[in-house]
Design a protein around this ligand. Structure first.
Ligand SMILES: NC(=O)c1ccc[n+]([C@@H]2O[C@H](COP(=O)([O-])OP(=O)(O)OC[C@H]3O[C@@H](n4cnc5c(N)ncnc54)[C@H](O)[C@@H]3O)[C@@H](O)[C@H]2O)c1
Length: 336
């Protein structure tokens, strides 16, 4: 029979255990953690046993974080990354810093050019200057920095950057600044991300095509030969976790991150979606031009050498989104 004293002893033991565990669990700060990538990444890192602080100004509302609210080890801080005093407060005591907060995409940056520079470039430079040298810093930029190439030869990390949009320039400038800062850092040049997230982005190419395929039943493709590389949002989270674990071996270099078998043109992507939505009509018409006229294929060999590969393919992501959009738009999509 256990008495009150035993129960109290047990609770004190659990309390001390939790206290000690908290001290050894790595602490990760995710700026922009309520976003498309961040809201998946925060959950992934909690599953990995990290303590996660998410700093975000909730541009798109709090819904993307509600599923994490009562998770052990999760802390949310409302704040703006453009405010240096906010960064100073939150950066202390962190082991790992992942700056994701940004005005994302060429159209959004063109609408708010001053904010784009302050958020995408200056806040990252500030964060890097404030942090101590032994905090791991993993910066996510975009492989859109490769700009428009012939689309025939693979861009490696040695290929000169040639960003053709303000968005691409702010991201490349921030990347260069942190790599040149003399502090240890890893930069990830992410492919166009796809897949479901609590903060769903339907503007991303794969996500957008799947949405139109199931809602309208047709896709009008312009610049159909333009190629890009893609990566699933869970693979991006896996990649950050890999970088945290192998930081010392990988530091001070940029890495392309994408799915090797997904260097596809827009037309090839549409045909891949048609395999899942057989009734889809694909119409090729030069009716527009991308604001961010990107055309490139990307080699992910460098990060593969460090032991990381994307594993969630386009078939997985398209099937997942057909179900996800079914929920979002209240459609019966099982028989598409
Ligand atoms: N999604 C992609 O395909 C992709 C590809 C390459 C690189 N990236 C990079 O990954 C990062 C995240 O992208 P995402 O797709 O999750 O975008 P997102 O727009 O969904 O997320 C950005 C988050 O940053 C927050 N934020 C914006 N301004 C802020 C500010 N001033 N203070 C605090 N928080 C602020 C927003 O509220 C949002 O939660 C960005 O840096 C982006 O450049 C994304």
């Amino acid at each position: 029979m256990y008495g009150l004293r035993d129960i109290l002893k047990y609770h004190r033991f659990v309390y001390i255990l939790k206290f000690l565990l908290k001290r050894i669990m790595e602490k990760v700060l995710v700026c922009g953690g309520a976003g498309y990538i961040g809201s998946v990444l925060c959950g992934f890192l909690l599953d990995e046993g990290k303590q996660v602080t998410c700093l975000d100004n909730l541009t798109f509302g709090p819904q993307s974080l509600l599923h994490l609210a009562d998770r052990e080890g999760f802390r949310f801080m409302f704040g703006d990354v453009r405010d240096k005093s906010v960064l100073e407060r939150v950066v202390k005591d962190q082991d790992v810093i992942i700056p994701l907060a940004a005005i994302v995409g060429a159209p959004q940056c063109n609408l708010n050019p001053v904010d784009a520079v302050l958020t995408n470039r200056d806040s990252v430079i500030n964060l890097n200057s404030i942090r101590s040298s032994n905090q791991k810093f993993i910066y996510a930029t975009t492989n859109s920095g490769y700009g428009t190439t012939s689309g025939e030869t693979f861009c490696t990390e040695e290929t000169p950057l040639n960003p053709i949009s303000l968005y691409g320039r702010t991201k490349s400038d921030a990347e260069k600044a942190v790599l040149d800062s003399g502090k240890d850092v890893i930069t990830l040049r992410l492919a166009t991300v796809f897949g479901m997230s609590p903060r769903m982005r339907t503007d991303l190419l794969v996500n957008n095509f799947v949405m139109h395929a199931i809602n309208e039943g047709y896709l009008v493709i312009y610049e159909g030969g333009f190629k890009r590389n893609y990566a699933h949002v869970t693979d991006i989270s896996r990649c950050f976790a890999h970088c945290i674990e192998h930081f010392d071996a990988m530091k001070n270099r940029p890495y392309n991150v994408g799915l090797d078998e997904a260097n596809l043109s827009k037309m090839e992507l549409a045909e891949k979606i048609k395999e899942h939505v057989p009734k889809l009509d694909i119409i090729s018409r030069e009716v527009g031009s991308d604001v961010d006229r990107r055309n490139y294929i990307v080699s992910n060999a460098r990060i593969a050498k460090e032991g990381f590969r994307c594993i969630f393919d386009l078939d997985f992501g398209i099937a997942e989104m057909i179900k996800g959009y079914g929920l979002m738009f209240g459609k019966e999509v099982a028989r598409q």
